[in-house]
Design a protein around this ligand. Sequence first.
Ligand code: UDX
Length: 452
Amino acid sequence: MEQRKDRRLILFPLPLQGHINPMLELANLLHLKGFSITIIHTTFNSLNPSTHPHFTFHSIPDGLSESEASTKDLVLLLSLLNAKCVEPLRECLSSLLSDVSEEPVACLISDVLHVFTESVAHSLKLPRLVLRTGGAASFAVFAAFPLLREKGYLPIQESRLEEPVTEFPPLKIKDLPLINRCASEDYNQLVAGLSNGAKASCGLIFNTFEHLEQHALATISQKISNVPIFPIGPFHKFFPAASSSSSGLLSEDQSCIPWLNTQAPKSVVYVSFGSLAAIKEAQFLEIAWGLANSNQPFLWVVRPGFVHGSEPFPSGFVESLNGRGHIVQWAPQKQVLAHPAVGAFWTHNGWNSTLESVCEGVPMICMPCFTDQLVNARYASDVWKVGLQLEDGMERFMIEKTIRKLMLEKEGEEIRDRALKLMEKANLCFKQGGSSCQSLDGLVKHILSLEP
Ligand code: UDX
């Protein structure tokens, strides 16, 4: 722990798992650097202060009705939060800023998708930095939506899906970060808010590292040259695994680890599609049989709500595996990916999962569902070449074939080698003198230079 800085930072995560984890990891990093930390969170997906006793927590009422809070429409949810949290946040910040018993507040660090924080912070003359929890490459694409519209890539035409997006190689039109290949008015507004909110900030923080996304980071720096950019990821690797505190909204099933201990090195396919993606029953059955027929051991996270309807395990399916498959509702994912028995990660390519896989040198089977995941998956398969995309459909035989290719064939071996080399690069950046380590020091200096 570095010398106390006599400054308090207020962090405001977006209340979704893939956004909460990196924001709290960033908070831990900045605490380690000597700042006091206050976390503001919504009542929706409220955080548990006892997991981080070294922080101060404040909950603000988000005003979501029961039906609004249970919507499956993510864009609607984010739009509602952006509309309803304005006054509660302003009140909370005002009271924190006027509290003379605490250290002076240096700045607010908000998730960039909390678009409304820009005007609130501005009205209180509070410097505001933003955290983009996704990767830099997808951010660069989001920031280029006006250009992509101008050039006719957007809205997407089904007949052009395989065409390249020449401004963003090797993306194809089908990889553009949308939901079901569409962009609603609300979605476009969020994307514009993400880009404009970053432009209006005092600094843009990424959970990525220079070597991984050098080109995209340079593009962003060029595009918003007035805003300093801090690629200081992978956040979680700055801490020894055992010391990291959980910020999971679901409890982790620790039975995974003793089960993995019984499996051969690099033999297990870990399967998880993050905290939001949901699939149809028919797809679920293809996954189940694809895994079973692959003959590889697998650890599968079937989150509550992952399948529309109930979880329809075919009768006798689990028994038929003879212990070759282990199924849980939520796994200690970072621990799982670091386990020597894990040989591949079948993922939806949420940014956290992608980065966690890169950090452990685990090759991926990529099955992106929506938004930034499509860009992340293309980078994993075609830029870093550490994964195979399931592009030709989700039938069980394609799944089986892809798993075998990655686990048993020559092409898989080459992918595995590249994944290990990339892991070595990831392991350098957070060490003394590494790019993320230096960028973190730059961020600390920058925060201390801000005049509230
Ligand atoms: C969402 C979006 O889907 C994604 O596109 C965006 O990049 C971030 O927000 P999510 O679906 O939650 O992400 O996936 P991801 O970004 O991979 O984050 C999931 C987090 O939950 C990871 O940190 C992962 O380690 C953790 N997790 C997941 C567990 O701890 N256990 C599990 O069983 C599954």
